[in-house]
Design a protein around this ligand. Structure first.
Ligand SMILES: Cc1ncc(COP(=O)(O)O)c(C=O)c1O
Ligand SMILES: Nc1ccccc1C(=O)C[C@H](N)C(=O)O
Length: 459
């Protein structure tokens, strides 16, 4: 196999802060700006393999799918056979059973039981009950995860909470991942201003060297949303804690795709969304993990009545409840929350280690197919080749990425674009298979060839 892709390994360049100006312009998702094929009219059939080596790669894909213990899980999702959905790292697919469950919630629990449902349908306790369903997926023992609010809001609670837990005013710095998804950076900046700390943006790989006696907390992304690079959660957490500071992780791009092992790694606080690999639905509530050892001292900057020890006493003074519930704020978004609860059923009987093994096999295979089909130098992979540094997405860059992604989506291969030049392909092991990966690479090669032909470029 020739070395077709130039691999930059998604290296931490330390230049993320400066480079961020473009990413700070939010891309709302390519799927919203280019036509998505109608569900009833899939545009990708099963094209005859014409690319070099396509027959053998297609045959390998079929064999890998046949041997895949997770292959059957795909039937649990509403997906179109003609579409390769590689955008589950932005919005996970709908588990088929969720609409019926939601119809029941709306028509029965809300429609008929009305106010009684807060108690009798378990609405009031949903945040901590569903937190305990998310917990095993992130390696947390029960009682440490609460579901609710957006990831952004939970970043705020976790980071200000961490600074307060650090206590000591001489710890006057907050270290933040300089390559972070923008919302975390914006909120960290505000949290720093509010708590009178100085923000220190550094690349994740440089966090161990940057933390010291002045650090209160460090906020890092487990997987980079742009490159798909997996950061060293055990090593960075240990370094932050050795410095006497608190480690706060954003798990948006790792939970449900790979083992996180929060408890085993001694993470202090963590947040994540549930609409990507956990398939909770658009705007599904996020979650907050507060390690048990910190809960008694966790001082939420948003002490709403839902985290009061006796909310219905409606007392004028605040008294925090114990445990994970201390992360609650106001009335939970019950419809989204119960959709998430139902969606989590697809994880029953699935081990996250099995998911990780398939995720790595899928991204390896996709990269191999891209190398085989796409002319050398056409695309640059930003995704590290080392498994220990790879999440569950492949990011490829090329100057004409916007046009390439628009054409891919028109032809039923749905990834997304991160401006200016990144094609993102998310591999969600519960419903993406090896034939999907092969087909996506083949269509990508066709689309690149078409764009080259139109531009008069010969390779
Ligand atoms: C790493 C990361 N953090 C946070 C968010 C977003 O947070 P919110 O759920 O508040 O929109 C995303 C994606 O939207 C993300 O990728
Ligand atoms: N929540 C969204 C709503 C609309 C469009 C995209 C998103 C995303 O989640 C983007 C994602 N966090 C990313 O890694 O780019």
């Amino acid at each position: 196999m020739s070395d077709v892709l130039q691999n930059t390994g998604g290296r931490d360049t330390g230049s993320g802060r400066g480079a961020r100006s473009t990413e700070r312009t939010q891309e709302t998702g390519t799927a919203r700006s280019v036509p998505v094929p109608a569900a009833e009219a899939p545009v990708v059939g099963t094209p005859a393999p014409e690319s070099p080596g396509a027959e053998s790669l297609a045959a390998r894909a079929a064999a890998l799918d046949a041997a895949d213990p997770l292959a059957k899980r795909r039937d649990l999702f509403a997906l179109d056979d003609g579409v390769v959905y590689l955008d589950g790292n932005s919005l996970g697919a709908l588990p088929r059973h969720v609409p019926a469950r939601m119809a029941h919630v709306v028509s029965h629990e809300w429609g008929r039981m009305r106010i009684r449902s807060w108690d009798e349908s378990g609405w009031w306790t949903a945040p901590e009950r569903i937190g305990d369903r998310v917990a095993p997926l992130v390696g947390a023992a029960p009682g440490q995860v609460v579901v609710g609010d957006s990831t952004s809001v939970n970043v705020f609670k976790a980071l200000v909470g961490a600074v307060r837990l650090a206590g000591d005013d001489s710890r006057d710095e907050i270290v933040v991942d300089a390559t972070t998804f923008p919302t975390d950076g914006y909120i960290a900046e505000s949290a720093a201003r509010m708590t009178g700390r100085r923000l220190v943006p550094v690349a994740p790989g440089d966090v161990p060297a940057a933390v010291g006696p002045r650090t209160a907390a460090a906020l890092v992304n487990h997987v980079d949303y742009r490159t798909g690079r997996l950061h060293d959660l055990p090593g960075i957490t240990a370094a932050v804690r050795d410095a006497g500071a608190l480690a706060v992780w954003d798990l948006c791009h790792s939970a449900g795709a790979l083992p996180v092992d929060l408890d085993a790694n001694g993470v202090d606080l963590a947040v994540g969304c549930t609409y990507k690999y956990l398939n909770g639905g658009p705007g599904a509530p996020a979650y907050l993990y507060v390690a048990e050892r910190h809960q008694a001292r966790f001082d939420s900057p948003l002490p709403g009545w839902n985290s009061h020890a006796d909310p219905f006493a409606m007392a004028p003074g605040y008294a925090a409840v114990d445990g994970a519930r201390r992360g609650r704020v106001g009335t939970p978004d019950i419809l989204s929350m119960l959709a998430l609860e139902a969606a989590l059923d697809v994880w029953d009987g699935v081990s996250v280690h099995e998911v990780r093994a398939k995720s790595l096999a899928l991204t390896d295979f996709f990269l191999e197919c891209v190398r085989a089909y796409v002319p050398e130098g056409r695309l640059t992979s930003l995704t590290p080749t080392a498994h220990a540094e790879r999440g569950s997405q492949v990011a490829l860059s090329c100057a004409d990425a916007p046009a390439v992604m628009a054409r891919l989506i028109e032809r039923g291969v749905v990834g997304d674009l991160r401006r200016p030049d990144v094609l993102r392909f998310g591999f969600t092991p519960l419903y993406v298979g090896f034939a999907d990966a092969e087909r996506a690479a083949r269509v990508l090669a066709e689309v690149c060839a078409e764009a080259d032909a139109e531009a008069g470029v010969e390779r």
